[in-house]
Design a protein around this ligand. Structure first.
Ligand code: NAD
Length: 417
């Protein structure tokens, strides 16, 4: 093991400790590219088991199996949930922590990470650019959640989805209404169509109409002034006024009432999810119908939703699943792991970590560094002055050939020792 070369950057993968979290930050295939880039990957023994990856699958790809302490002592600690427990609260400079940190949910947690001195990258902040898609954990996980939501609904519905013409009679197809056609919504539409349902969908951004139609679903037009007819991608929906939401609810009542299944996926980044489906709308659905609220953890798009529970509203089941990607932990970890490996690939070259690369993706995700909160919006939420570094706001589009690899000018400015 001992050579004269400088020690390779170490990347640690501890087992997730949050209740119900079955995913793992790096899957065995994701280890391959990091090992190729010269990193030494240390996986806590058993970290991948809940996602279907035994220790041997990691060693096959060149990782080392170690203790939790060894994984947590790495230069870079990669996690699914960057929470301040399970030893992550002990990480300190110059260590780097990479994972989903929910940076806008409780900014005081971000401040506490900053106080520890750890350099924190929150992967939810990966910009929505074409180049960053391969690192976009929100998209990769939402895609799976949308698929799973339909299967949850199908299992709870006392009906089948497809049109069946049999000697015993004809069964009409189930009617599915998907609200919010972002990544999760489009995945739900595609899944419901594949199962044979008749699908309708709605989004405040009228620009998604064509995407909805290309999946074989009908776009529900609501004559609303949302001011969000703009770009079809890259943008998050803005919060709407209370009057607009009220009007939306009135107009949507008929479609909801006629549906066997309603799947809601509408979120507004960094804010509580809008309540779109009222008690009245749910009560108008036929008994036996099912609502799956994928925004349950963000407060819910359905008034009756209780996160982690199934509520009965006059015979209609309102399901509020939490951490849906964890239910499909194997594929969720494969995709998340690829996202993480691609992200770290921006900073790891020839076995060395270059945390100070000026790559916009790396910079946009930086929440804490050098003992301070680095992210502009998190600083605002904490009532702090804007960060003094001019690099905080990326306004230069990356060039097309910028693959994100560190360049010779990316001299590490932090002591990696
Ligand atoms: P999201 O999870 O933020 O929200 C889900 C959907 O709900 C969005 O389409 C949003 O418009 C919609 N919504 C919000 N409030 C609503 C309301 N009151 N009523 C109805 N619908 C409402 O969305 P997302 O999955 O993050 O996707 C948002 C957009 O960004 C999509 O067009 C997606 O294709 C695009 N995107 C682009 C990239 C990229 O370019 N790298 C990556 C991911 C997503």
């Amino acid at each position: 093991m001992t050579t004269d070369a400088p020690p390779a950057v170490t990347i640690g993968v501890p087992r997730e400790t949050l209740d119900g979290e079955n995913r793992v930050a790096l899957s065995p295939p994701a280890v391959t590219s990091l090992v190729k880039a010269g990193a030494r990957v240390i996986v806590e023994s058993g970290a991948g088991v809940a996602a279907g990856f035994p220790d041997a699958a990691y060693t096959d790809k060149g990782a080392v199996i170690g203790t939790r302490d060894e994984a947590l002592a790495a230069d870079v600690v990669a996690v699914v949930r960057a929470v301040r427990s399970g030893g992550l609260e002990q990480l300190a400079a110059p260590q780097m922590l990479v994972g989903m940190a929910a940076p806008f949910v409780d900014p005081s947690v971000m401040a506490a990470f900053a106080d520890q001195g750890v350099r924190l990258h929150a992967l939810e902040l990966v910009p929505r650019t074409t180049r960053a898609q391969a690192m976009d954990v929100l998209s990769s996980q939402a895609n799976l959640a949308g698929n799973r939501a339909v299967l949850l609904a199908a299992a709870a519905l006392p009906k089948v989805f497809p049109l069946l013409t049999t000697a015993a009679g004809t069964i009409p197809p189930a009617k599915v209404f998907v609200i919010g056609a972002g990544v999760a919504g489009l995945s739900a539409i595609a899944t419901a169509r594949r199962l044979g349902a008749v699908v309708e969908a709605y989004d405040v951004r009228a620009a998604v109409k064509e995407e909805i139609q290309s999946l074989g679903a009908r776009f529900v037009e609501l004559p609303l002034e949302t001011g969000q007819e703009g770009p079809s991608s890259g943008a998050y929906a803005q919060q709407m006024s209370e009057e607009t939401i009220k009007r939306q609810q009135e107009l949507m009542l008929k479609t909801v009432a006629a549906s066997d299944v309603v799947i809601t996926t509408a979120q507004v980044q960094g804010a509580k999810a809008p309540v779109i489906v009222t008690e009245e709308m749910v009560a108008a659905m036929a008994p036996g119908s099912v609502v799956v609220d994928l925004a349950a953890e963000q407060g819910g798009n359905v008034a009756a939703t209780r996160a982690g529970e199934t509520v009965d509203v006059g015979g209609v089941k309102v399901i509020g699943p939490v951490n849906v990607p964890s239910a499909v932990a194997h594929h969720a970890s494969l995709m998340y792991g690829k996202n993480v490996a691609n992200f770290l690939g921006l900073m790891v070259k020839d076995g060395t970590l270059y945390p100070e690369t000026d790559d916009d993706i790396v910079r946009d995700t930086l929440v804490a560094a050098g003992g301070a909160v680095a992210h502009t919006r998190v600083r605002e939420m904490l009532g702090l002055e804007p960060a003094p570094t001019p690099a905080a706001e990326p306004d230069v589009a990356p060039s097309a050939d910028d693959a994100g690899a560190p360049t010779d000018s990316d001299v590490p400015q932090e002591d990696p020792a």
